[in-house]
Design a protein around this ligand. Structure first.
Ligand SMILES: [Zn+2]
Length: 308
């Protein structure tokens, strides 16, 4: 089977102010680095309201729509902005995540990578945050439960920032295990190990400044993979950020290229062990434009090896 690659040109129409780290050039770098790969390329559909409403109330969607400008940008907070194309992009980012879940569950792809922006893991039920508008990965996980009848979904978030939005949306959801590793202290400041969710189903793994990928590998092997063995997910979702890389301008962890390859491979192994390899990876952060494309290409290369 093949690896699906979901994206849409509308993702280039979400525009942040000049010199903002979360920029259109990120996705352009990914397109350049992956354009020659043999992938099942899918145009991201729009998420419908039913999918988004599993994670956010209607009044939140209404509030964002009312705030979206016709020209220029509007700041929702110091980090998070809306331009004229933002909500279309965010709806397609969530729609791509939902479509990717459907494709792997229906056997149309072995696994999938979603290359969309804005990212999603900081968006709380009623609060845009950290460049994020809709919680795409939580929306995808809830779709798998509510629309596709799954009963156990796992999310592993190895973006360098805490997935506070995913955590907030899924705080009371016992059918989803959420694992987030993240630098600490670092934005947004949440994600201490004592935050466990209403059912003990959330696992936060703070990582100290300048820690290397060796520490993450140890946590993956001793904490995350054994917990996945116990939970036996029917689908594995990844919040894939590349901002733990040593060259990233927004954080101070020291992961190398091969740490991302290792993490991807071990998580693909876990998906093979528990759920026929069904894995969907969503792009979250990663802000070094000179390394992001290569990191994504290598990540997808591992997905391809595991979908063969
Ligand atoms: Zn991040």
């Amino acid at each position: 089977m093949t690896t699906a690659f979901l994206t849409h040109p509308d993702a280039l129409n979400h525009v942040n102010p000049d010199s903002h780290a979360e920029c259109v050039a990120r996705l352009e770098a990914i397109y350049r680095a992956t354009g020659d790969l043999d992938l099942l390329r899918i145009e991201a559909p729009l998420a419908d309201d039913a999918a988004i409403l599993r994670a956010h109330p209607q009044r939140y969607i209404d509030r964002l729509e009312a705030a979206q400008p016709d020209t220029g940008t509007v700041a929702l907070d110091p980090d998070t902005h809306l331009s004229a194309g933002s909500l279309l992009a965010a709806r397609r980012a969530a729609g791509a995540a939902v479509k990717a879940v459907d494709m792997v569950l229906d056997g149309e792809a072995g696994n999938a990578f979603v290359a969309m922006r804005p990212p999603g893991h900081h968006a709380e039920p009623e609060k845009p945050m950290g460049f994020c508008l809709f919680g795409s990965i939580a929306i995808a996980a809830l779709h798998a439960l509510e629309a596709r009848g799954l009963s156990r979904v796992a999310i592993v978030d190895f973006d360098v920032h805490h997935g506070n939005g995913t955590q907030a949306i899924l705080w009371d959801e016992p059918r989803i295990r959420f694992f987030s590793s993240h630098g600490m202290p670092l934005y947004p400041g949440t994600g201490v190990a004592s935050e466990r969710g209403a059912h003990g189903q959330i696992v936060n793994i703070p990582l100290p400044p300048h820690s290397t990928g060796a520490l993450y590998r140890e946590k993956l092997e001793s904490v995350i993979l054994p917990a996945l063995d116990g939970f036996k997910p029917e689908l594995l979702l990844l919040s894939t950020g590349f901002d733990a890389h040593t060259g990233d301008p927004l954080a101070d962890l020291d992961w190398q290229d091969d740490d991302f390859i290792y993490a991807t491979a071990r998580l693909c192994d876990a998906a093979e062990k528990h759920c026929g390899g069904r894995l969907v990876s969503l792009l979250e952060g990663g802000y070094n434009l000179s390394t992001l494309g290569g990191l994504v290409r290598a990540h997808i290369g591992v997905l391809q090896e595991h979908s063969a």
